[in-house]
Design a protein around this ligand. Structure first.
Ligand code: ASP
Length: 341
């Protein structure tokens, strides 16, 4: 009897975990390729209206098409990821730029990074409050400075010197994100576990893109407002090269999820390293990291990735991840939940 109960407990964990795991691997098209995400987390069909779903699909498609137009006309993967990410940063739907989540102090502090696999160059900014499109500042650090990462006031000063658009911090105020902060703070005050979990789950929503251009160069980029209610200048994985973003001549990866786990496990680089050292294909490498290693330690989230042949992988261990891809034929395909397409 005892054995039987143990078996069912084991089985229920197995079923529970696998119900949340998703690996969507797409074969190469032989042309320019772009894959994006708009964050992973507890994205459940029952909490979304048809209008919400439509809004996400429309914005993801807009981002994919913008990147594709650049790639298709011979533009670089760097320009393509920047174009796709800026569209998502300008939308209040995602936790990046305009839709960034709130810190404990009621501010919005953003992180972003970009890495070009072709030449190995990288740039990142962290904890910025006034840069309208943080990804442009990350790119400027990469291309126009001798550094890889800048933070806070210094990064803002650099962005100003680079003539990037700065805005009043109030630009990043959205009712929806403020409400999420208030609900999470109330839940933490009353110490209700269920409701803390519910509002914490809304922390995810980072955006990312990885592109392969006609010259075979890969570029990956990620932009985020971080996690709701973050304190003390907390910085997540998104601006950490190797954790939230990585690209080389083999593959490119952009991550989303609980940043602390992604930093400790150097997630984006781990995928690239597994491919390089173990000669494992992209899909198997992302599945190993996202669906085995991260699951084992409780690190919720996912990645989008592609390799130099144009294989695409979108893997996550949460109920949903806003995501999509576009290949040679130019049809943008977008997804939200686990089982689709
Ligand atoms: N990875 C981001 C962070 O930890 C959050 C997210 O992906 O939603 O800051």
């Amino acid at each position: 009897m005892k054995k039987c109960i143990l078996f069912f407990v084991f089985l229920s964990f197995f079923v529970f975990d696998h119900a949340r795991l998703c690996a969507q691997n797409i074969k190469p098209s032989g042309g320019p390729t772009l894959v994006i995400h708009g964050g992973a987390g507890t994205i459940l069909r029952e909490n979304m209206t048809p209008e919400d779903e439509k809004a996400y699909h429309t914005k993801l498609k807009e981002a994919l098409n913008a990147g594709y137009n650049i790639l298709n006309s011979g533009g670089t993967s760097e320009d393509a990821v920047i174009a796709a990410i800026m569209i998502m940063e300008d939308s209040p739907l995602f936790n990046a730029g305009k839709g960034a989540v709130f810190t404990n102090e009621g501010t919005n502090e953003m992180d972003a990074s970009i890495m070009n696999g072709g030449d190995g160059s990288a740039g990142a900014i962290a904890g910025v409050k006034t840069i309208k499109n943080p990804i442009l500042a990350a790119q400027a650090v990469k291309n126009n400075s001798e550094h890889v990462m800048m933070s806070g006031n210094g990064a803002e000063q650099f962005a100003a010197d680079q003539n990037l658009e700065l805005v009043d911090p109030s630009y990043f105020f959205t009712e929806r994100r403020k409400m999420q902060l208030d609900k999470l703070k109330d839940a933490e005050k009353s110490n209700e576990e269920g409701s803390i979990k519910k509002w914490k789950d809304y922390k995810y929503g980072t955006v990312g893109a990885v592109a392969l251009d006609k010259n075979g160069n890969i570029c990956a980029a990620t932009s985020t407002g971080g996690m709701t209610n973050k304190k003390y200048g907390r910085i997540g994985d998104a601006p950490v090269i190797g954790a939230g973003t990585f690209a080389n001549k083999i593959c490119g990866v952009s991550a989303t999820g609980h940043g602390e786990y992604f930093i400790r496990n150097v997630v984006a680089y781990d995928i690239a390293a597994i491919m390089e050292y173990k000669k494992v294909p992209l899909g198997a490498a992302t599945e190993n990291v996202v669906m085995e290693k991260l699951v084992k330690i409780g690190g919720g989230g996912g990645v989008v990735a592609l390799d130099v042949k144009g294989n695409i992988s979108m893997s996550f261990n949460t109920p949903g991840m806003y995501r999509g891809y576009i290949q040679k034929e130019g049809k943008a395909r977008t997804y939200i939940y686990k089982i689709e397409g």
